[in-house]
Design a protein. Structure first.
Length: 200
């Protein structure tokens, strides 16, 4: 099941390029909706989605409204170095698409963890994997877990290692979010190069 990502931006060209970049690199994990008005977001939120969606919005919009509270939220801001805006995670809209994607996935996990914990075991089990190129001390504990897993973050050394974990954990894991492929780095600190206004 893919995560629904809603891009809320009046710059249609920018939104489409960002969507194309997400789908090219992570097409099996996300489905993208683009809208230029909050009403479009509200309509999508009324749909029966398997997971809370993620809203990625230009900073000109107000995402603090109650109707958006069940979704993950991320602001695209016009300045570098801003980590949050009005209490909502933020990233520069001129950052590389992979940096935006990674920041988006962290924001989604942070905002929806409680929701996932409250869901029945068979409906929502989320594993956020960061590929580090190194062994993870927690891997054996996770592989030997007796109780169903809740939403959690795990470091894995390779995609093959991740697949081994998924084969072992199935059917507990329903949604896998791979957030980085850089050894040992916090994803949004150094990945992705800054681009110009027309290229996310």
């Amino acid at each position: 099941m893919a995560l629904t990502v809603i891009i809320l931006d009046r710059d249609r060209r920018y939104a489409e390029r960002l969507a194309d970049a997400f789908l090219e690199d992570h097409g099996s994990m996300v489905q993208i909706c683009i809208t230029d008005a909050p009403e479009g977001v509200a309509e999508i939120l009324e749909e029966d989605l398997p997971y809370p969606p993620m809203i990625v919005a230009d900073q000109e919009f107000d995402l603090r409204a109650e109707r958006f509270s069940r979704a993950g939220r991320l602001y695209l801001v016009r300045a570098e170095g801003i980590r949050s805006l009005e209490g909502i995670p933020a990233v520069s809209r001129y950052a590389g698409s992979e940096e935006i994607y990674q920041r988006m996935m962290y924001a989604w996990m942070e905002s929806t963890t409680e929701w996932c914990r409250g869901m029945p075991d068979q409906l929502a089990r989320v594993l956020m994997a960061t590929l580090t190129g190194e062994d993870d001390e927690d891997t054996e504990r996770i592989m030997n877990a007796k109780a169903p897993l809740g939403p959690m973050e795990v470091l894995v050394r390779s995609k093959e290692h991740l697949q081994t974990m998924l084969d072992h954990l199935a059917p507990q894991v329903r949604l896998v979010v791979v957030v980085a492929e850089k050894g040992g780095e916090m994803p949004w600190d150094s990945s992705g190069a800054c681009g110009d206004a027309d290229r996310p």
